[in-house]
Design a protein around this ligand. Structure first.
Ligand code: LMR
Length: 392
């Protein structure tokens, strides 16, 4: 039996701050109600309107969640106090595909550098993207200069080189399957960086990430603090997104990181993760925590499977810019980044994602964080897997 929706129902909806009113099959809407809706700007939408599925949890978890969601003491930390941070002189992006061009776009829009240089072997791609970015300046009013070309020597004088060049995996492949083909790309980029930008900090994004960071380090001969790998910020972002969705909170309410390798041996750190300042098991039953861990690990592969050709571009670009923000002091505190280890966590001579403090000159220190024995064991397993793949 339908309802009669009259003018007073619309007025009541308006008082309660509603902008949409669902009209179900069988409901009768009076002409006065229609006029009132028009006048008050309320949309009469044919229902039933699809609603997000409620987050399923067991009884005690649901009770605790309600309790802590309402806790008056919780204040989302956000991004902390606003720091302006320093500006780079020149950021070079080796690779002007999806990730490289998105990095350049974010850097240009936020004016993180005086100059961006895009480099790509695809004829015209880097120059075209640079020109396109320069055209945005007339809209944004931001004065970053963008240039582009095909020659790797254009990295000359960069204070940061972001390397995204190389092949993306296709559905069914692991990142490690790219080790040989992308290893050659890294070799060429490293040679140009070593000779043309000898003081640069290098941020490797090319996969397989940890292995390519080792190759870049060896081929440039740079001090280990000047060769960083971007993966931890991306994997941590995916982990936080999954946890926020499962707990029904905003991602800003979630603090969580992942360490280890950027592959199957990724180590989302559940013991240190917090939702609104509380441990995960206050909010989520173990099977949902496990599902969030899995989402972080397989997130990149899911994008690859959907795209069929190519991999994620937007989140990786944001994750690379997050590292730039930590380097320039706009964000402070430890951030997960792949670095060569020298005995930290009992691991040495291999690159792995670790919490670290960064500055304009790259790595300042690796943060030793208290982990559970299982998490430490998983980090050692990740180190062993990267070593095996590099045959070291
Ligand atoms: C990612 O995690 O999105 C990238 O490493 C690309 C990939 O192959 O998954």
């Amino acid at each position: 039996m339908g309802r009669v929706i009259g003018g007073e129902v619309i007025e009541d909806a308006r008082r309660r701050g509603r902008v949409v009113l669902e009209v179900l099959p069988g409901d009768i809407v009076t002409s006065l109600a229609r006029e009132t809706a028009l006048r008050l700007g309320i949309l009469l939408a044919d229902g039933p309107i699809e609603k997000p599925a409620p987050v399923k949890t067991d009884g005690p978890t649901a009770a605790r969640r309600v309790l802590y969601k309402r806790s008056a003491r919780w204040v989302a930390p956000g991004k902390g106090p606003h720091h302006r941070g320093r500006r780079f002189t020149k950021i070079a992006c080796v690779g002007a595909g999806g990730v490289g061009s998105n990095v350049a776009h974010l850097v240009a829009t936020a004016h993180l550098a005086d100059e961006i240089m895009l480099i790509d072997i695809a004829p015209g791609l880097a120059a075209a993207t640079a020109m396109d970015l320069n055209h945005t300046a007339g809209i944004t009013g931001v004065g970053t200069r963008c240039n582009g070309g095909e020659d790797l020597s254009l990295v000359a004088g960069a204070d940061v080189v972001v390397v995204t060049a190389g092949q993306a995996r296709r559905p069914g492949m692991t990142r490690a399957d790219l080790i040989n083909v992308n290893g050659r790309v890294i070799g060429q980029a490293a040679e140009a960086i070593r000779t043309q930008a000898p003081d640069a900090v290098v941020i490797v994004v090319t996969n397989p990430l940890d292995e390519m960071t080792v190759k870049m380090l060896r081929a440039t001969g740079f001090p280990h603090g000047r060769v960083l790998g971007m993966a931890g910020t991306l994997d941590s972002g995916r982990f936080r997104t999954a946890l926020a969705a499962a707990a029904g909170v905003t991602p800003a309410d979630v603090q969580a990181i992942t360490l280890g390798s950027h592959g199957d041996e990724m180590v989302p750190i559940t013991s240190r993760a917090r939702i609104r300042g509380r441990p995960l098991d206050v909010w989520l039953p173990q099977d949902q925590i496990d599902a969030c861990v899995k989402e972080a690990v397989i997130g990149g592969g899911q994008v690859v499977a959907l795209k069929k050709r190519g991999s994620a571009t937007i989140a990786p670009a944001h994750a690379a810019v997050e590292l730039l923000d930590y380097m320039r002091g706009a964000r402070q505190g430890p951030v997960p980044v792949s670095v060569m280890l020298n005995g930290e966590y009992g691991i040495r001579d291999v690159v792995l994602g670790m919490p670290a403090n960064l500055g304009m000159s790259g790595l300042l220190s690796v943060e030793e964080m208290r982990l559970t024995p299982a998490e430490t064991k998983a980090l050692h397993a990740a180190a062993a897997a990267v070593r095996t793949r590099l045959e070291i």
